[in-house]
Design a protein around this ligand. Structure first.
Ligand code: SF4
Length: 376
């Protein structure tokens, strides 16, 4: 898949103003105008709303925002309150690190900036819990700074509008989206235009260019939206790419002795913790040597069985099973011995124990072979 915009981004002043102009005009008529944090330029109130709105819907945020602003109407009482009081007000809103960061930032602003919010976007970004897009929202709404937001909704709009191939979470795609978003900023630098444009982007993402079934018939960008014009709205943005899990290969040693096989109880923690498995070795190690050195067994290779695959959450395991005949009599180990977690047992006994699925499969594959050996 091509990891770049499928068409040349519009970057000229005329074109970006065309884009911004349509959005601003649309927002005036169809956008949201009565949210409690709208129409103000208080950086404190804008900051609180922006932090609350991260990963949270507007309808959920409104009562929390109103309660919070009643208790902490400005930065000074927030900074002097104990963090527990902030978290109590945050209770139920989720992502509690946001509440803790809010409190830390309030204290930093009081101590380092004399209680006044920094206006510079780079300084805002250095405050706890304020990322690049949140910093831009505060700077645009509160100070009319000509800077762009790029939250999840705006990424979706740009990916569809420009026909960008790739998942927005990929670093290259994200960087490309920042460049596109900056190129689309209105040329005019007045506070009202910047704030209206920022609100328009937010409203379009929340109300029209939604994740599933975007309402393109109501969209001011429809005429030159790549996804709409090419019937790609259902497939853009591209889903998160599935990573190919790493592959680990091991050898399972199926050791036979007098009609029994050797199993080892695995440590309580880790993969297959506490289950009975075959002794295992790496694919690079000679299994006969391994048995001699580690199990004190003299063995002969008997057969190589077809390999098995087992998928864990983070990797794929390929098991190469080898059948080996022990040619030395070994005394039976005590199952419940603390020191010795190896045990010889019949396949029927093994099948009664706590064993992982691949071991069960191998035991069943080995059973007829073992029976024929015993009968010979
Ligand atoms: S036309 Fe549809 S897909 Fe394109 S930006 Fe508008 S709502 Fe999104």
């Amino acid at each position: 898949m091509i990891q770049q915009a499928t068409r040349r981004p519009r970057t000229s002043a005329v074109e970006s103003d065309f884009f911004a102009g349509r959005l601003i005009r649309w927002q005036l008529v169809y956008g949201r105008h009565s949210l409690p944090w709208q129409g103000i330029s208080d950086p404190y109130a804008i900051w609180i709303s922006e932090i609350m709105l991260q990963q949270t819907q507007v309808s959920t945020v409104i009562p929390y925002y109103e309660r919070f602003m009643t208790v902490f109407p400005n930065i000074a009482p927030l900074a002097s309150a104990p963090v527990e009081e902030v978290l109590t007000l945050w209770s139920g809103l989720g992502y509690y690190s946001r509440g803790r960061n809010l409190h830390r930032t309030a204290r930093m602003i009081m101590e380092q900036y004399g209680g006044a919010f920094p206006q510079d976007i780079a300084t805002l970004q250095r405050l706890p819990g304020i990322g690049r897009s949140t910093a831009a929202a505060i700077a645009a709404f509160a100070f009319g700074k000509r800077c762009t937001i790029l939250d999840g909704n705006v990424k979706r709009i740009l990916i569809r509008y420009f026909g960008v191939n790739g998942h927005p979470g990929e670093r290259m795609i994200e960087e490309q989206l920042w460049q596109l978003a900056e190129g689309l900023l209105p040329v005019e630098e007045d506070h009202k235009t910047i704030a209206s444009y920022t609100q328009a982007l937010m409203d379009l993402g929340a109300l029209v260019c939604v994740r599933t079934q975007p309402r393109c018939e109501h969209c001011p960008l429809q005429a030159d939206c790549y996804a709409y014009q090419n019937d790609l709205t259902a497939v853009l943005p591209a889903p998160k790419p599935r990573k190919t899990p790493p592959v680990k290969e091991i050898v399972h040693l199926i050791l036979l002795n007098q009609g029994r096989i050797l199993l080892k109880k695995r440590p309580a923690s880790g993969i297959w913790g506490g289950l009975w498995c075959f002794p295992e070795t790496s694919i690079d190690e000679d299994s006969v040597d391994y048995c001699k050195k580690n199990l004190h067994l003299q063995v002969l290779k008997f057969a190589v069985l077809p390999h098995l695959q087992h998928t864990f959450t983070h990797f794929k395991l390929i098991i190469q099973p080898q059948l080996l005949q022990s040619i030395m009599y070994l005394p039976e180990c005590e199952e419940n011995s603390e020191e010795n977690d190896f045990l010889w047992m019949t396949i029927e006994e093994a099948l009664q124990r706590a064993i992982p699925a691949p071991v069960r499969k191998l035991l069943l594959m080995t059973q007829p072979l073992l029976q024929s050996c015993v009968h010979e």
